[in-house]
Write a protein that binds this ligand. Structure first.
Ligand code: FES
Ligand SMILES: [Fe+2]
Length: 373
């Protein structure tokens, strides 16, 4: 797992005041809550006294956390401010009775947490997701899903459209998807490396679910899939009658997907679907387009989850001479692995130079997931 990165703790709406949440993020046990003042707090969940999980404690006055075992009480900075068993006036709260507090940033409808080295964070901010907090867009959010697979298998799935046939055949996929040429771009200049694939289709016969969403049999389609490594994946799809992309006839939606590793073989997948405000569903204009896309998603999501959880299970077997075979259309997946490998190796240092050097871009893509176990 990559230590030094921003990871999604949740959509803002998942964190309401008055309750404690337990998380495991990149191997760290974390207790989180929203204070009466509206700030989100995230502390190491192991009580400094005897490791009791603080997510099983309770909030006092909305802002202080009382451990359920012996009652050590912590303020939102993680400092211990009360110990019931200190009976004599001469006894002081030990300086070391302090929980590690993780940096948290709330922006664009998401709460992000930094679980890495505080020194490495510098001035880095989490990636932006502007459509999630913009009145010009309507957004629907899927419940967080726990997936029994390494986080990379989801990233690879999201880059890879060659699985649309057969995995999604009959809903969003067709055999033609597997053959669409892919343009690949990358931008390593920012704190979070970006890898982007672009697919352009012309006079394309839409698969059934897409046809139903947009009310078009044949269309031009632009599809941009973007990893903002390692924790955010953005998809933008625009569809229009042939020759009319970029005009008023274009319809589009944006998916933001956050990928938060729990452990080497588990992650949390969150999805938000956004459409321009007021866009209507072609099959029933009384309903919004975002609703139609959102309601069709569970079938597709379950197919993807089914596939990557089964892939993960196969890593239990020793390689024993096994090697993956990659074809040209796996190019983006191989590049994503290279970026993520380098992020793990460099532990958050700037990637640009490392990835430009051919000597350091050699990789063993068939081994990395196994190595993580
Ligand atoms: S373990 Fe938390 S107060 Fe003792
Ligand atoms: Fe898929």
């Amino acid at each position: 797992m990559i230590r030094n990165a921003w990871y999604a703790l949740g959509f803002s709406a998942e964190l309401s005041t008055g309750g404690l949440q337990g998380h495991q993020i990149a191997g760290h046990p974390i207790v989180a809550w929203r204070t009466e003042g509206g700030d989100v707090v995230a502390l190491d969940a192991r009580c400094a006294h005897k490791r009791f999980p603080l997510w099983d404690g309770r909030l006092l006055d909305g802002d202080r956390l009382e451990c359920a075992y012996h009652g050590f009480c912590y303020d939102p900075t993680g400092r211990c401010v009360g110990i019931p068993a200190l009976v004599e006036r001469s006894q002081r709260i030990p300086e070391t009775a302090r929980q590690r507090a993780f940096p948290v940033v709330e922006q664009d409808g998401l709460v992000w947490i930094w679980t890495g080295d505080p020194e490495r964070r510098g001035d880095d901010r989490p990636p932006r997701t502007p459509e999630l907090d913009d009145a010009g867009w309507e957004t629907l959010v899927t419940e967080p899903m726990e997936v029994a697979a390494n986080y990379r298998l989801l990233i690879e799935n999201l880059f890879d459209l060659t699985h649309f046939y057969p995995l999604h055949n009959g809903n969003i996929g067709s055999l033609a998807d597997a053959k669409v040429p892919v343009e690949i771009e990358r931008d390593l200049s920012g704190p979070a490396p970006v890898l982007r694939t672009i697919r352009r289709r012309h006079d394309f016969v839409l698969p059934p679910m897409t046809r139903d969403r947009f009310g078009l049999e044949v269309a031009d389609q632009l599809q941009v899939h973007e990893m903002i490594a390692p924790s955010l994946f953005r998809v933008r799809i625009a569809v229009a009658p042939p020759g009319q992309l970029g005009t008023d006839a274009e319809q589009s939606f944006v998916l933001h997907q956050t990928i938060t590793p729990v452990s080497a073989d588990r992650h949390i997948w969150r999805r938000a679907t956004s459409c321009p405000a007021g866009a209507r569903w072609a099959a029933d204009p009384t309903r919004s387009l975002v609703q139609a896309i959102f309601e069709g998603a569970p079938t597709v999501i379950e197919q993807d989850r089914w596939a990557i959880e089964r892939q993960q299970a196969m890593f239990a077997y020793p390689d024993d001479g096994y090697r993956e075979v990659h074809i040209k259309t796996d190019g983006a997946v191989v590049m994503a692995r290279r970026i993520l490998d380098e992020m793990e190796r460099s532990d958050g240092a700037h990637l640009d130079a490392a990835l430009q050097s051919p000597a350091q871009t050699r990789m063993q893509p068939n081994r990395r997931l196994a190595d993580l176990r």
